[in-house]
Design a protein around this ligand. Structure first.
Ligand code: PEP
Length: 257
């Protein structure tokens, strides 16, 4: 992996009150043995309402778990009722924020321009965007998954410098594999992650391409983690459902480390 540290990020989606979140993080930390995790970075992505509790827990005890949010506003402040800004997340010392998740694109009408604006908002506030791209089943069946994903990548990184792109994490999440139990094969994951890295190389140069971490996401479980992570361009996983089970998520983290 050319020195790229594996990253395992748990996307809790709209699960866990702040009280439940405290319990889950405590269980997770108990399940993770710090010494076994030297080689992997572990991040949880709770709902906004649990971020402060997770911050207090993780920072106070210096636990080996980072955290971030699942979305942010493209705007920095103002009359945007219901939105949460990058500045607010930075004030909670979030390290990461998911941008362009397929559920946001499909259910909340986020288009490529919105996703690009959110990537820029994250970078403006010192947050690492976890930028999601991925094709639906129709695109996959038509054999267009690689150009679909590289087009989404191009659109989301529009106007960024190579320096800025080095501050981004990518996640390849085929929509047909999210929450369906139908995991992509290791070859499928490697094919698209490799194509994304080649695209970064073409646009921003080899140094940037080899520095950026590219995750796979879609029905990752402990049982399929080793196979998925075997791809040379797959640097970790974005884990949905399995991140809500502390033991299962800890097991995935140990396999990655
Ligand atoms: C996700 O929502 O990012 C995801 C990968 O979900 P799941 O692991 O449940 O498929």
């Amino acid at each position: 992996r050319e020195g790229r540290r594996p990253l395992i990020a748990g996307n809790w989606k709209m699960h866990m009150t702040h009280l439940e979140a405290i319990g889950l993080v405590q269980k997770l930390v108990f399940s993770l043995k710090e010494r076994e995790l030297d080689d992997a970075e572990v991040v949880v992505l709770p709902p906004f309402t649990a971020l402060r509790s997770v911050q207090t827990l993780v920072t106070g005890d210096k636990l080996p778990v980072g955290y971030g949010a699942q979305d942010l506003s493209a705007h920095d402040s103002g009359a945007y009722t219901g939105e949460v800004s990058g500045a607010m997340l930075a004030a909670l010392a979030c390290g990461f924020v998911v941008v362009g998740h397929s559920e946001r694109r499909a259910l909340h009408g986020e288009d490529d321009a919105t996703v690009a604006a959110k990537v820029q908002a994250a970078l403006r506030h010192g947050l690492t965007p976890i930028l999601c791209v991925g094709e639906g089943l129709d695109v996959r069946r038509a054999g267009q998954h690689v150009p679909h994903c590289t087009d989404q990548l191009d659109a989301a990184l529009e106007g960024l410098s190579a320096d800025q792109v080095r501050g981004v994490v990518l996640a390849y999440e085929p929509v047909w594999a999210i929450g369906t139990g139908e995991v992509a094969t290791p070859e499928d994951a490697q094919e698209v992650c490799g194509a994304l890295r080649s695209r970064l190389d073409g646009r921003f140069g080899p140094e940037t391409a080899s520095a950026v971490r590219i995750l796979y996401g879609g029905s990752v479980k402990a049982a399929n983690t080793a196979g998925i992570l075997a791809g040379p361009d797959v640097d970790g996983a974005l884990v949905g459902g399995a991140s809500l089970d502390a033991d299962e998520f800890a097991q995935i983290c140990r396999i990655a480390a």
